[in-house]
Design a protein around this ligand. Sequence first.
Ligand SMILES: [Zn+2]
Length: 82
Amino acid sequence: MKCEQMLAALSDYIDGDLDPEFCAAFEEHMQDCDPCVLVIDNLRKTIRAYSAGKPYEIPAELHDRLCGLLREAWERKFSISN
Ligand SMILES: [Zn+2]
């Protein structure tokens, strides 16, 4: 699985709507991909702060922030500079 797919599936993952097979691939990806772990970790913290046990939809603003986080993490990890 690619990081882009991870990001695209994030909201389903958070909602618990992913099918088990995809979910397994998701968890497996996170074992090898530090940037994605960082992003998920941040997302979980943010969601805890946002909603107390209510059904949760990722606002566009938060999605943008996550994309930014992921990009930053990648740049740190792979030392991409531009
Ligand atoms: Zn990844």
